[in-house]
Design a protein around this ligand. Structure first.
Ligand code: GLA
Length: 393
């Protein structure tokens, strides 16, 4: 190789090496940028919320992403105290019923935003049997037991563990319900994990184990008003429920044991139906429920997580889609809201100003042999997930 060739060759090698370093540097910069973006995309922050009348400290966690969704969850009852999402103009506003202080939550209220357990919905006369032993729960809803009893899981303090992992923020709540607490057998260890992602979806993962045969049916009791204006009712919202059948009830809202077709009834939500369209119809089930307060038999059971229901408010453009692996969903249209409970900034929550979409097993399953079982045995893992996904259209 002559000198000139050697020189060119050397120059080429040096240039390549330089380019390589440059590129690596750039790669590194991009990586750093990505990591920073990821880390910042969903955040979680803890604050003191207050002290219960019996002196227990309660914290509130704020989960927030960069698409305008913000969820506040407190350790008392695992309650969602606030949930803000954007409307079609991009304005982030409150969409769940709630109070602005702990004291109000510790007074009587219809489960605003709360975690419900050990058994969501009604159990006839508060009685059920397991292996020949009869258990008697408190009857806190006329003759029946409702939503796990007077204290249930909605008036207890949960311990909390927070985690932030880039595109999601999670809050893992834990509660140990003692053997015979509220009348239920077995020490039940319960975890409920709320996860906010960067695309405006909130997952609720429920997990439980027991040391004695028991029954479990957990759910979330948020009241949504997608208009963002709590002086308005939810009657104009369009609801979809992917269910061909309903669980009809008697006058005490206990299942009759039969399942009926929704076709040609006000309970057919397979295509979008405006809630107010037939809510006052002279329909036996609507009269018994004082509106919609029923459990639907969801389609595609045993397929795991799938779309189950949605609610849409045309004025705000907000769409809430619910995904779940559960067999049933209770649509409750706030029929018992009566203008006595205070809104956050003055005024009171009037009739039908919030709707609940409570994924769950059918009511009174422990006494209905043809319904899917709600029994949990020692060694088994209760694990179920529901997602509330928000968007606009
Ligand atoms: C559930 C019940 C309703 C009512 C509300 C709270 O949705 O099915 O009947 O008790 O909780 O008032």
């Amino acid at each position: 190789m002559n000198v000139v060739k050697r020189y060119i060759c050397g120059f080429a090698i040096l240039s390549l090496a330089f380019l390589n370093v440059q590129c690596k540097g750039k790669e590194k910069d991009e990586k750093q940028e990505n990591t920073t973006q990821k880390m910042d995309s969903v955040s979680i922050e803890k604050k003191e919320y207050g002290t219960t009348p019996d002196g227990k400290k309660v914290d509130v966690y704020t989960l927030k992403n960069q698409k305008g969704m913000e969820v506040n969850i407190m350790t008392y009852g695992g309650i969602i105290t606030s949930l803000k999402v954007p409307n079609k103009a991009g304005a982030s506003e409150e969409v769940v019923i709630g109070f602005n202080n702990l004291t109000q939550y510790t007074k009587d209220n219809p489960y605003f935003g709360a975690l419900i357990g050990r058994y969501g919905n009604r159990i006839a006369k508060g009685k059920f049997s397991l292996d020949g032993t009869e258990y008697q729960l408190a009857t806190n809803n006329g003759k029946n037991a409702l939503h796990g009893g007077p204290e249930g899981f909605h008036r207890v303090i949960w311990t909390a563990e927070e985690a932030k992992g880039g595109d999601v923020a999670t809050l893992k709540l834990k509660y140990v319900s003692k053997d015979m607490e509220e009348g239920y057998p077995g020490n039940l260890t319960v975890f409920v994990t709320y996860t906010l992602n960067k695309d405006n979806a909130l997952d609720v993962l429920y997990e439980a184990t027991t040391d004695k045969k028991t029954i479990v049916n957990l759910t979330q009791h948020s009241y949504f008003n997608l208009s963002g204006d709590f002086t308005k009712t939810i009657l104009d919202d369009e609801v979809v429920i992917d269910a061909d059948k309903l669980v009809p009830v008697d006058a005490d809202l206990i299942p009759t044991g039969k399942l009926t077709d929704v076709a040609n009834t006000p309970f057919d939500f397979r295509k979008p139906r405006v809630i107010g369209k037939d809510i006052e119809a002279k329909d036996d089930q609507l009269i018994k429920g004082k509106g919609y307060d029923h459990c639907w038999v969801l389609n595609k059971q045993n397929t795991g997580d799938r779309f189950v229901a949605s609610a849409y408010n045309a004025t705000s453009g907000r769409l809430l889609e619910v995904y779940s692996d559960q067999p049933g969903i209770q649509l409750y249209t706030g029929n018992f809201l009566d203008g006595t409970l205070p809104m956050r900034n003055g005024g009171t929550y009037a009739h039908r100003t919030g709707l609940c979409l409570e994924t769950q097993h059918y009511p009174d399953s422990p006494n209905q042999k043809d319904f899917p079982t709600t029994v949990l045995n020692p060694g088994e893992n209760y694990k179920t997930k529901t997602t509330f996904k928000f968007s606009v259209k």
